[in-house]
Design a protein around this ligand. Sequence first.
Ligand code: C5P
Length: 232
Amino acid sequence: SVFQCAIDGPAASGKSSCAAAVARTLGFAYLDSGALFRCITLKHLRRGTDPTDWHDFTAATDLRLTALPPLTGTLDAAPVRPRVYMDGEDVTAAIRTPAVNEHVSFIAAIPDVRTALLAKKRALGGGIDGTLPVPGGYAGVVMDGRDIGSTVFPHAQLKVFLTAAARVRAERRVREAGGDRDLIEQELVKRDALDMARAVSPLRKAGDAVELDTSAMAQGEVVVMIVGWVRD
Ligand code: C5P
């Protein structure tokens, strides 16, 4: 069966850059579940009106993430992210705008959206328990998000819950993409509160997840630690 590694945590906790580097080091597929919610949010914002059926609206959307090149040797200086395609369009940049940041938690709280994306996430990641093949023939997957260890892959061999102080997370975001630190911190804290408060699969640490506070850690240390846990 396929090795499933779940990496969950609050906004900008370093999940996606760490998860991508872990996957590339191990030759596993990297799957960014937040990107899927961002795509549905973008599609809805462009449309301007609510669909009559959120499940159909979500299920009918073609979502693809490109594979990442294997990592050999040292970590790249800049994080390497997959390109994201929605209905054939490259939306890699369009899903990271302030408008999408502001609305994504509301879209992610709609039960029918979550159900439809849950099916897509499991199809990409070896099924509920890793017994199905992963597209691309990978021996394992690393998926990052909010509910991967608690809901998507409840039997994952490794579950990590990454945290960091809000201030540290905002500072990292500014270093990566610029912007005002205080505003970014406010946005992150607000999104975390919404993600923790929703009724369906809220942001929380799975009972059997390892919690890692990365406030005082370099990204490379986090990656080495998680890779070590997978190999043990
Ligand atoms: O990880 P990222 O910040 O891109 O996620 C964007 C949003 O998507 C989160 O704030 C959350 O509302 C939603 N999300 C989710 N469940 C996941 C991943 C993301 O609800 N597994």
